[in-house]
Design a protein. Structure first.
Length: 178
């Protein structure tokens, strides 16, 4: 991987929402929907994840160009386009698989994540409950879950759940969009 590319792994509820947000951000080279965390051995299936019994979270793995987007800016976008104050829930999606989580890939990412969460706390009425831990094995979701919004933007979920997050992204972070 070129030196200027880094990987970030975050989960903010349904991976379709988080994927759609980051696909619009300048400096993001690739976004892959998938799963991470949990305590069940092997590659989990979407059905197993949805059961809430695996402990894994729906996440996205983001490859980004550090000359165009900092890890700090990426995390600010992440924290302000989902609700980091609800434990194991985003909107109607409930369960540990929908938790807010930052999986750091090194000590520098860990430090930046802690700083960003601390700096943003005063913008929220409730405490931020975003989990922060070392990045575990990442499993990409099946092809039908990749580029979901781009391929299905007429579906109700896209209209009522994803589009408001995209509107928030465009309002708060217009200067960071492609």
């Amino acid at each position: 991987m070129p030196k200027n590319l880094q990987i970030a792994t975050v989960g903010g509820g349904c991976f379709w929402c988080t994927e759609a947000v980051f696909q619009e951000v300048r400096g993001v080279e690739k976004v892959i929907s998938g799963y991470a965390g949990g305590d069940v051995p092997g590659r989990p299936t979407y059905r197993e994840i949805c059961s809430g019994l695996t402990g894994a979270a729906e996440v996205v793995q983001i490859m980004f160009d550090t000359t165009r987007l900092t890890y700090e800016a990426l995390l600010v976008i992440f924290m302000t386009t989902h609700d980091p104050t609800t434990l194991n829930r985003q909107g109607a999606d409930r369960g540990t698989q929908y938790r807010s989580v930052i999986f750091h890939h090194n000590a520098k990412q860990q430090k930046i994540a802690q700083e960003v969460v601390s700096q943003l706390q005063h913008y929220f009425e409730d405490p931020i409950v975003t989990e922060m831990s070392e990045a575990p094995i990442f499993y990409d979701a099946t092809q039908e879950h990749q580029d979901f919004y781009k391929n299905n933007n007429g579906q109700g979920y896209c209209t009522f759940v994803i589009e408001p997050k995209l509107a928030k992204l465009r309002k708060l972070h217009a200067d960071l969009l492609k």
